[in-house]
Design a protein around this ligand. Structure first.
Ligand code: OAD
Length: 239
């Protein structure tokens, strides 16, 4: 099947579907200028996640932890949602998609106007105390200040390796996957558990959109090779 045929097929499925769920990863935001994790220019090619993105790092090497997340938060402030994020918001308003399940922490879906979003790996836009959970403002984190309530260390509200996913979001994701009759997976390597299990939990049709298909995705009903923004724009022409 040609690329155009695949895009037309997906648009048809979307038009016919009564419940469509979109599952996204870092590849959805690379065209906004945010690096992903496992591509050749990905963050985990430059730094070992164990040294910066774990509770151990937070507790035992706070300087490095703080430097890594400050760098990401400052960079994020210079980026914005792209046309693909805006299309997802438009499709939600038109009733073409029901929910976004995302591993991304950038908040770009909501910034682009989507309301039905589960942030499965949390958000880098907000900060809390590691010890008591009290919310804090970003400035205090940037200044390496401690929690005003208990003096604990501040951290962004992202999920670190070894931590559980936010329960509400995970329960919501499971429900939406079970009820979906179409699941569109965009820009994720599907290497990280448990989110990588979600596409197997639907009885609906499954679609995988990625800029590079470095391994076969036989389990999907439809695979589309292309960049997220471009593919979403092309789908939009058929909706
Ligand atoms: P990865 O970096 O593992 O995968 C990103 C995927 O997006 C790759 O398969 C790329 O080929 C693809 N990609 C990149 N740019 C794209 C584009 N413009 N259009 C389409 N596809 C593109 O990122 P995730 O799968 O999101 O977790 O990683 C999952 C989790 O691992 C992250 O949430 C993060 C990380 O460790 C935590 O930090 C807990």
């Amino acid at each position: 099947m040609s690329l155009s045929d695949r895009i037309e097929t997906l648009a048809q499925w979307m038009n016919q579907s009564s419940k469509t769920v979109v599952l996204t990863g870092a590849g959805m935001s690379t065209e906004s200028g945010i690096p992903d994790f496992r591509s050749s220019s990905g963050l985990w090619k430059q730094v070992d996640p164990r040294s910066v993105a774990t509770v151990e790092a937070l507790l035992h090497d706070y300087d490095l932890f703080h430097e890594f997340y400050t760098m990401r938060m400052n960079h994020l402030a210079t980026c914005k949602p792209h046309e693909g994020h805006k299309l997802l918001a438009k499709w939600e308003k038109k009733g073409l998609i029901d929910r976004i399940e995302t591993q991304n922490v950038d908040g770009f879906y909501q910034a682009a106007g989507s309301e039905q979003v589960d942030e499965l790996h949390g958000s880098i836009q907000t900060v809390r105390c590691q010890a008591c959970g009290t919310a804090a403002n970003k400035e205090r984190f940037f200044n390496k200040a401690n929690c005003t309530a208990c003096g604990g260390k501040l951290r962004p509200n992202v999920v670190l390796f070894g931590e559980n996913l936010p329960e509400d979001s995970w329960v919501s994701a499971l429900q939406h996957m079970k009820q979906a009759d179409l699941v569109i997976v965009i820009g994720t390597s599907l290497e990280v558990y448990p989110v990588n299990q979600l596409p197997t939990m639907t009885k609906g049709k499954t679609v995988y959109i990625n800029k590079g298909l470095d391994r076969p995705f036989h389990s999907f009903d439809l695979v589309i090779e292309g960049k997220a923004k471009d593919v979403l724009q092309r789908i939009n022409e058929h909706l």
